[in-house]
Design a protein. Structure first.
Length: 392
């Protein structure tokens, strides 16, 4: 099939919910992708933070093939080895206590919201179900996670939204106190706001918030859908913030390209979700769990340490190019935001970069870079060279 036929069929048969780049992708290896016509692209996007170990990583591939040949799915009415081993690994490496597996980020956050409301109901009864979230946050596309998202632009069309969310300014404890009523059960936040523009939270604010949560018995819920699984240079970003959350959601990078997500709870919340209160048919799927075990194996301490180094190298290189359209960089590890100067738009710059063979993302008004965590120095340099000659 050629590119034009693909586009025509997409328009005819697929709901037009995505603004796609004018590119098709056929296959890839490492951080390099190829379209149907054989053109090469360096990937600084990882399928929006998903392909954590690059494309067709041999270890990842072998784990999937081996598991698919053994058992492709089994319901959660039975025990199976892959999801149990995965839960054990996640808890051992994060310090959290137990895990509920789901399929995507929005669904994981739904589970985390249910956990917080049930924790509060079990202990305090009705009327304490409000969750504080931050302005400019992003928590998903379900009706409830849209309501949790602190951006007015997402609170449209799909009324009525779920009640029980109150928004506060990131970085301001005064703003948190302004919305802190007796009906609050939790605070939910991203440690680096991803979709909002790659904005890392200040450590002092997060620390103060954790103290307030402990004082009021509010659960501290950390949405690590984008920051988790090595993206920021530690397995989870909270490990760099010196806090112990009550629950953590993760998704995107966990299974390296297969759909999987989950919620981890700490000891206090271990028994909140009980039989019959929460479930999902595909949660903990053996093939996805086997892929995730391979991802965790690849993301050992050495590889995680390189995430910070590679991220710093990319940021320094871009800043030293002194390009007319780009300002400073920000982020954590290989979650990088690049400021776009006035007179330019991130969407136009991204489209030019993609056309010239470098896949990048946008977030808020910025360019966003989420390369595969295993990207090589050679691939980084190739990508940076495209960036320089395209935007100079
Ligand atoms: C922080 C955060 N939470 C939740 C989501 C929603 O994840 P999904 O699209 O897998 O439902 C995203 C997706 O970008 C995200 O970045």
């Amino acid at each position: 099939m050629d590119h034009k036929t693909l586009k025509d069929l997409d328009r005819q048969y697929v709901m037009q919910t995505y603004g796609r780049f004018d590119v098709d992708i056929d296959h890839g290896s490492g951080a390099t992708l190829y379209d149907l016509a054989g053109k090469e692209y360096i990937d600084f996007s990882s399928g929006i933070g998903v392909c954590s170990v690059g494309y067709c990583n041999p270890k990842w591939q072998a784990a999937i093939v081996e598991q698919a040949a053994k058992l492709g799915h089994i319901s959660n009415l039975f025990y199976s080895q892959p999801y149990i081993q995965l839960a054990q690994q996640l808890c051992t490496r994060s310090g959290m206590s137990n895990v509920f597996f789901a399929n995507g980020g929005g669904e994981a956050n739904e589970g985390m919201i249910k956990l917080a409301r049930k924790y509060s109901f079990d202990k305090y009864g009705k009327g304490r179900g409000t969750i504080i979230t931050l302005r400019n946050s992003f928590h998903g596309r379900t009706i409830t996670t849209l309501a949790a998202t602190g951006q007015d632009v997402f609170h449209n069309y799909f009324f009525p939204f779920t009640d029980g969310f109150r928004y506060t300014e990131a970085g301001s404890m005064d703003s948190v106190q302004d919305v802190a009523g007796h009906d609050v059960c939790a605070v939910m936040l991203e440690l680096v706001q991803g979709e909002g523009g790659v904005l890392p939270m200040e450590k002092e604010f997060i620390h103060d918030l954790a103290v307030l949560c402990a004082e009021r018995d509010w659960l501290l819920l950390v949405d690590e859908v984008q920051t988790g699984v090595g993206r920021t240079g530690s397995l989870f970003a909270f490990q760099q913030y010196g806090i112990i959350p009550d629950a953590v959601s993760f998704a995107k990078g966990i299974a390296g390209g297969l759909p999987m997500s989950g919620v981890m709870a700490n000891e206090k919340c271990r028994d909140v979700l009980t039989p019959g209160t929460h479930a999902t048919t595909f949660g903990g799927n053996p093939v996805c769990a086997a892929a995730a075990l391979a991802v965790l194996d690849i993301l050992d301490e050495g590889t995680l340490a390189q995430v910070g180094e590679k991220g710093a190298y990319i940021r320094q290189s871009i800043e030293s190019m002194d390009l007319p359209c780009l300002g400073g960089t920000r982020g954590l590890g290989m979650m990088i935001g690049v400021e776009v100067r006035e007179g330019y738009t991130n969407k136009t710059l991204a489209a030019k970069l993609v056309e010239n063979g470098l896949l990048v993302l946008t977030a808020g008004p910025a360019l966003r870079l989420l390369p595969p965590l295993t990207i090589t120095r050679e691939e980084i340099d190739k990508g940076l060279a495209i960036l320089r000659h395209t935007l100079a």
